[in-house]
Design a protein around this ligand. Structure first.
Ligand code: HEM
Length: 165
């Protein structure tokens, strides 16, 4: 799985409009389970998930132009929908970065059913751990198949807890 190293080369990783500095000193991204994030749900310790990234917003609660209350309602959970519903500005999206502490731990099932019988070797690796959308896009780009085979490949992504129920 040598291709996975590619996203770790740079200090800042891009994922659509959202960036996340790699905070841990070993240079890797820190992954958190949903269960762990859920324990940070109070005003003195508030984490928030937005687009699979984890933010420690404790110090931001009082500064939030939309008020502390709305953030606390989402603390310990996934605020993606609420965040997007409000239609936050570019400035707000840039502010996110300074509070990013890592990413949500995901399980990824690589589905390659439609080319299983032909050339595709990826079905030998059905389950990958701790992969992120950024990583998915890396392996998707790295697939050496003709386009018609690439499009037959789908990814199924679960949060760890949902998958293990
Ligand atoms: C860390 C995450 C967040 C950041 C950095 C953030 C930042 C901001 C900023 C800078 C504004 C001013 C308007 C703008 O520039 O868009 C704003 C407004 C607002 N935010 Fe957030 N926000 C966050 C999360 C949320 C969440 C999860 C909710 C909803 C549950 C929310 C609800 C609102 C509302 C309702 C306003 C409008 C306030 C008004 O117009 O009076 N925000 N936010």
């Amino acid at each position: 799985m040598g291709r996975s190293g590619k996203t770790n080369d740079s200090k800042t990783r891009e994922d659509g409009n959202h960036t996340c500095e790699e905070t841990p000193e070993d240079g890797g991204v820190k992954y958190y389970t949903l269960e762990e994030v859920q324990t940070h749900n109070m005003s003195k310790d508030a984490w928030l998930i937005i687009h699979e990234k984890v933010y420690d917003i404790t110090s931001f609660l009082e500064e939030h132009p939309g008020g502390e209350e709305v953030l606390l309602e989402q603390a310990g959970g996934d605020g993606t929908e609420s965040f997007e519903d409000v239609g936050h500005s570019t400035d707000a999206r840039e502010m996110l970065q300074q509070y990013c502490i890592g990413e949500l731990h995901m399980l990824v099932d690589l589905l390659a059913d439609s080319c299983r019988s032909s050339c595709c070797h990826w079905h030998h690796v059905p389950l990958l751990h701790a992969r992120t959308p950024a990583f998915l896009s890396t392996i998707h780009q790295g697939l050496d198949y003709p386009n018609h085979h690439s499009t037959a490949i789908a990814f199924r992504v679960w949060r760890v807890e949902e998958h293990s129920k």
